[in-house]
Write a protein that binds this ligand. Structure first.
Ligand SMILES: *Cc1c(COP(=O)(O)O)cnc(C)c1O
Length: 407
């Protein structure tokens, strides 16, 4: 019997970078009978949801809801503004930037790839050079990733906006905000972002299955120049439906909407500024612990410059097979699930086992982060992974100082 005894019984903690922890309020809101989809509560509720989603993205402009995951959101956003033969410029720092560009290519878009993966952050001068070289303004869209969930690099959309303005290039600025929305500060209108894509299962704390595409009036104008946008992906009726089912291109995602309503109540009840300040503080607590562990032994954060680190996910590297051994131990022995590494190696390669990620997005508080860090430290001890001392106390100092509003 004793080989079965563990410390895992109790409430599990899924600390992967999406799907994130679901609040009880979200789960409870979804636990109900099927509602009428033609009139009544659901119809009323949807108007408020669209308004409150726009408040999360910080836009007064358009919002379209799709029944799909983030990959579907990518495709939806792209197809409304570009088609075969059109040109896009991609400023990518990792796996997800590559994925979005590949989606565009599969739609027949000619993508000029700027891959900054090795450099570790977007080189704005290189983006400027590519825009300047495009004298006849063939590039219709500049694709960026706010937080690349594989590397955990954060790209400031303001930098990309400045480069577009400085070069006088009219391309739309489209940001993948799937990992970041509701975690890292994002101001769509003030920062001059034309298209923002996100999904339901990360900062928004709802099960996977909804994607949201926010778009500016300039992007809506670009849509008008496009022919052959498939009905289902067309954002025009979704954002401005004449009758209710057009919001969703068919039957509403009923239970997701109830869950989303509850999540938006949590988010706006807390306030966007406070949500961001909580994520900023909790991320710093995790970095403080990682820095202390890394003083001795192999642990390294993938992003060395704190200004480039996401507040939603932290990518980490150990050595040999330690990453996998740590993940397996904490999952089996203490009920904590950490994220796998993405985009560095394929499963089966020796490199694969070095990487792991901590998701810290959405429904997360100080005591969860302290538990998470304590769990990782226990895992390193159990697995004989050398690490520096003082990590938990460094994290506790950050937690003790409270929310961080200064970024
Ligand atoms: C999760 C994620 C995606 C993919 O979303 P899916 O819902 O898995 O399709 C794309 N981009 C980023 C930045 C993500 O974090």
């Amino acid at each position: 019997m004793s080989d079965k005894a563990t410390l895992a019984q109790g409430r599990d903690y899924l600390a992967i970078p999406g799907p994130s922890v679901m609040p009880d309020a979200v789960l409870n809101a979804m636990h109900r009978a099927a509602p009428n989809i033609y009139e009544g509560d659901l119809v009323e509720m949807t108007h408020g949801i669209v308004k409150d989603l726009r408040r999360v993205a910080r836009t007064r402009h358009n919002a379209a809801i799709y029944i799909c995951n983030g990959h579907g959101g990518w495709e939806a956003a792209l197809t409304n503004v570009m088609g075969p033969g059109d040109k896009a410029l991609s400023a990518s720092v990792g796996y997800f930037g590559q994925g979005w560009a590949a989606t565009a290519e599969a739609q027949g878009v000619n993508v000029q790839m700027l891959n900054f993966r090795q450099r570790g952050s977007v080189d704005l001068d290189a983006v400027a050079d590519a825009l300047k070289a495009d004298k006849t303004h063939q590039i219709k869209v500049l694709l960026g990733t706010h937080v690349d969930t594989a590397t955990s690099v954060r790209t400031d959309p303001r930098g990309l906006r400045e480069v577009l303005d400085a070069t006088g290039h009219p391309a739309l600025l489209a940001m993948d905000c799937i990992a970041s929305m509701g975690c890292d500060r994002f101001e769509m209108d003030d920062w001059g972002v034309d298209i923002a894509v996100t999904g339901s299962q990360k900062g928004l704390m709802v099960p996977p299955g909804l994607a949201f595409v926010f778009f500016s009036d300039k992007a809506a104008e670009m849509r008008k120049t496009r022919q052959n946008v498939f009905n289902y992906w067309d954002w025009t009726p979704r954002a401005n439906p004449e009758f209710f089912p057009q919001h969703f291109g068919g039957t509403a995602p009923t239970h997701h909407l109830y869950g989303l309503r509850a999540a938006l109540d949590l988010i706006h009840g807390e306030g966007m500024e406070n949500v961001w300040a909580r994520h900023a503080a909790l991320a710093r607590a995790i970095w403080a612990a990682c820095e202390a562990w890394g003083q001795e032994g192999p642990l390294e954060m993938l992003v060395t410059d704190p200004a480039l680190r996401s507040h939603a996910v932290t990518g980490l590297k150990l050595s040999g097979d330690q990453g996998t051994r740590l993940r397996e131990w904490v999952e089996q022995q203490i009920g904590l699930t950490l994220g796998i590494g993405l985009g560095f190696a394929m499963k089966g390669d020796p490199e694969w086992d070095r990487y792991f990620r901590i998701g810290h997005m959405g429904y997360l508080n100080g005591q969860m982060v302290m538990g998470l860090l304590g769990g990782i430290e226990a895992g390193m001890k159990a697995q004989g992974i050398p690490h520096g001392a003082g990590a938990l106390s460094a994290a506790a100092e950050v937690i003790a100082a409270g929310p961080v509003f200064d970024d």
